[in-house]
Design a protein around this ligand. Structure first.
Ligand code: HAM
Length: 417
């Protein structure tokens, strides 16, 4: 019996790596250009961190965390998301003196969800968190940054930016009560899961995908009508800024998000290209979280994007296979193989990249491998070339070939890069 990966968990194979590298490099460039610096937090934390930050009644904490006791008896969890750890780090490292504080992260997250296309149990997020900025300028700039990244990746065509306001501590409570009263009268139309959620988290019923629940949600009182004046101003301000930047968006009153820490702005970037798992990026404000977690009151906003979903979109665009690149050195015969090793080392020391064919064998077999590996050039060292201290230089992009002396290889490769 062979051992396979755990359900919902997958390898990213070398063929896929160029896509992932493109995602990471593009994100790093754009996040840095907006002033974000990288933070790397641990993959596991005390369970209590997520229970408090993400919300003890959220689906993530109730049903989806990988939680275990370590040998010392402490309850730990694999991180289901990045925001809680960033907030913990911000408070623990006393960074409240260093405001504004803007960080990005990328890496694996873990949720015990039902696996399907675009939904995994180990998945990867790239996210940003900005601490200290209170007004809607920060919200609008963050959305512009996300759209810029998606445009850079050329996957912005089937995407929609959806926004909503979830209010703050002072206006959410009364809204929750109104909503609860409305939903309670229509309990018969709700699914079993939502009936259970009614007491604990009625807002979540608004984004249930069940047919009956959706019908009820469409008629439910909207949060926007219950916003207090400062929250309403914030939401209006955000829309004005998005209009001013000509960034297309849609107000979705049913957008509530599955994490409890959000206040005011919540947003998602959705796509029609991925089926049910349609959110490629999501986030919002969490102005109360730092204080709730034991820090000072600091406004904050952030988002995360699902890298598997972005990779699927890129793959759909055929961008997955990079074009030809790199140079392969092929040697035929034992003596040529030995010499090739020495030459490749010399050329690498001079700063050019050369890959050896590791398996040897016939020239035909080696050429086939170089072609499959999408090499741009091959250098062939056979018996005759060995005697002449030359290599046959073949460009696989245009088919051109010529003999060059060993001493000219570095210069010729440099001229091509
Ligand atoms: P989230 O909506 O739970 O938010 O996740 C953000 C994104 O991660 C989703 O839109 C999706 O693209 C991706 N994602 C989530 N779960 C999975 C999964 N099981 N498989 C594949 N992709 C997935 C958060 O995590 C918040 N921490 C975002 C945030 C940051 N809010 C403020 N700051």
């Amino acid at each position: 019996m062979t051992i396979t990966t755990v359900r919902g968990v997958r390898d990213i194979l070398p063929e896929e790596s160029p896509t992932w590298q493109l995602l990471e490099e593009s994100a790093r460039q754009i996040f840095a250009a907006y002033g974000y610096r990288e933070i790397r937090t641990p993959l596991f934390e005390k369970t209590e961190l997520f229970a408090r930050a993400v919300g003890a009644t959220s689906d993530i904490v109730e049903k989806e965390m990988y939680t275990f006791n370590d040998r010392g008896g402490d309850s730990l969890s694999l991180r289901p998301e990045g925001t809680a750890s960033v907030v913990r780090s911000f408070i623990e490292n006393n960074l409240q003196r260093a405001l504004p504080w803007a960080v990005y992260y990328m890496g694996p997250m873990f949720r015990y969800e039902r696996p399907q296309k675009g939904r995994f149990r180990q998945f990867h997020q790239m996210g940003c968190e900005l601490f200290g900025a209170e007004g809607p300028l920060a919200d609008a700039e963050m959305m512009a940054m996300i759209v810029r990244l998606l445009r850079r990746l050329q996957i912005d065509d089937a995407l929609t930016l959806e926004i909503n306001s979830l209010g703050c501590a002072s206006c959410r409570g009364p809204y929750r009560e109104r909503l609860f009263a409305f939903l309670q009268e229509r309990q018969a139309q709700l699914c079993g899961n939502c009936i259970q959620r009614l007491q604990r988290n009625p807002l979540r019923i608004l984004d249930c995908k069940g047919e009956g629940c959706r019908g009820v949600a469409r008629q439910a009182p909207a949060m926007q009508e219950s916003l207090c004046p400062p929250c309403a101003d914030h939401f209006c301000g955000l829309q004005e800024l998005l209009n001013g930047m000509e960034l297309p968006y849609m107000v979705n009153p049913l957008l509530v998000r599955g994490l409890d820490y959000y206040t005011r702005t919540a947003f998602e970037v959705t796509t029609t290209a991925l089926g049910a798992q349609n959110a490629v990026a999501a986030g919002g404000r969490y102005d109360g979280l730092v204080a709730e977690m034991g820090g000072q009151a600091v406004p904050a906003i952030g988002f995360a994007m699902g890298m598997e979903r972005l990779a699927l979109l890129l793959e759909g665009k055929g961008l997955r296979n990079g074009s030809r690149s790199g140079c392969y050195l092929l040697a035929v015969g034992a003596e040529a193989g030995r010499q090739a090793l020495f030459l490749a080392e010399q050329w690498r020391s001079a700063g050019v990249a050369v890959q050896m064919d590791w398996l040897g064998g016939s020239l035909k077999a080696q050429l086939r491998r170089a072609d499959r590996a999408l090499a741009a050039q091959v250098l062939i060292l056979g018996e005759q070339e060995l005697a002449e201290q030359s290599v046959l230089f073949k460009d696989l992009r245009d088919g051109g070939q010529r003999l060059i002396h060993w001493g000219q290889v570095v210069e010729s490769l440099r001229a091509l890069s």
